[in-house]
Design a protein around this ligand. Structure first.
Ligand code: G3P
Length: 220
């Protein structure tokens, strides 16, 4: 895994689902190729197969269920995500939270299958608890800043440094941050604080010109 990493979480916006997901994914792929930056897409499960078959940058799921093959209805079987092109998954995003036993099982299952995991936390204590399960990355995102215009690196730099310190007490796991990140300056500050990458959505998905917004963002 090459750091810093920029993960673009598509979410369920009009601009990033269905056919729009394809267009946005191609834009991200182009910027990744042109700039050499490690850009990863996190895509809703209904779009994963299509998106992963048209781009050559990594495509992650936005979630998964720690189930095995069998009688489960409406769940995200990890093997099926992999078959459909997902090479990793977000787990416990602020908009999709789970209990700790679920998270332990999900991270363990993903690891067994060779899927990368980005475990999300809304505070440093949760990040530390997640570190015990050894995800590949941990992303700290203060929920109140998600979708807003003020970046976590400006509004709450201490949550980034505290999280890095708390995670380090448990294991050497790269910490990403996100919420309100929109500019290269936001990214630069986060990296200077010790983050190994960024998890973002609206700054790119909702931009008037997503390609330009992404080019500007990765010019850090
Ligand atoms: O997963 C990324 C995220 O929750 C941050 O969203 O829109 O503030 O970049 P946004």
């Amino acid at each position: 895994m090459e750091f810093p990493v920029i993960i673009i979480n598509f979410k369920a916006y009009m601009e990033s689902t269905g056919k729009e997901a394809d267009k946005l994914a191609k834009i991200c792929e182009k910027v990744a190729h042109d700039t050499g930056k490690n850009i990863i897409l996190a895509v809703g499960e209904v779009d994963i197969h299509r998106v992963s078959s048209i781009v050559d940058i990594p495509v992650y799921s936005e979630r998964m269920d720690p189930i095995t093959q069998g009688a489960h209805t409406g769940r995200n079987l990890p093997e099926a995500l992999i078959d459909n092109g997902a090479t990793g998954t977000l787990i416990n995003h602020s908009e999709d939270r789970y209990r700790i036993d679920f998270l332990k099982d999900a991270i363990t299952r993903a690891r067994e299958l060779g899927m990368r995991t980005v475990a999300c936390a809304n505070d440093a204590t949760t990040a530390q608890a997640l570190a015990a399960f050894r995800p590949d990355m941990i992303a700290i995102e203060p929920p109140e800043l998600i979708g807003g215009d003020i970046s976590v690196s400006t509004a709450q730099p201490e949550i980034i440094t505290n999280t890095i310190a708390k995670v380090k007490q448990i294991a050497d796991i790269p910490v990403l941050c996100g919420a309100g990140v929109k500019t290269a300056e936001d990214v630069k500050i986060a990296l200077e604080l010790g983050a190994k990458g960024i998890l973002l959505a609206s700054g790119i998905v909702k931009a008037k010109d997503p390609e330009q917004a992404l080019r500007d963002l990765v010019d850090f």
